[in-house]
Design a protein. Sequence first.
Length: 245
Amino acid sequence: MKLLLPAILVFIFTATNAQVNQPKIQASALPGLFFEQLSADSLVPPGRRNKTRLGDVTSYALQVAIPLKNKRFTVKAGAGFSQRHYSLNKYGIDDIFIAFFLFDSPARTDSFNLSYVRFTNNYFQVPVSASYTLTRPVKNFQLSLGLNLRSDFLMKSNAAVIFDSTYKIPSSHDITMAKSTYARNATKYVVTIQPYMEGLFNVYKKLGLFFQFSLLSASTKLDTRLTTSTTGIFDFSFGAFYNLK
């Protein structure tokens, strides 16, 4: 939240004081992958504490893009929706390997009650970004480098749970309590900083297409107890734009 307000104020000041050229409305979708670093909390299965899990994220946004007078710098702001998924597993590939090939090895003695937890977090997103055009602006194509600042405000967190029947046969109350225990720890606000490369080209009159590609981004943690950091490893955004002038 501390970063969001200054970013919005800078955008408003720039948009109201700079001479602009061909402002655009952009609609985009962004699928991506991220690594989630787990904590050593008691809610994390013992064999997965301090380990890394792979998750996925999808964002949809509608933004106003304002190229400044020299056509090199562009600022954007808008609103959207994003959804993140990640999971906890009690058993991993090592357990499968031991079970099938190392018959004399001692059986797992971990009595953690849950074998699987999958999180689905939905957010209201406020994206703000700035970019610099590398190629000389031409009619049909331009290539830019930029930086996204995405603020995600949690709307709802769901946790799907599966109990390990070896250690506990759950009642409906147990399932409800487990879902509530895991879902209520989701952080209310997540901020992501992401450098990107963008290609933009006109298709017909005022209509055009664009894409953004990013190999690395950093986000604040998604959960107050379960996670310590979030690192995006692949994001590819694509969409369409309409020139307002």
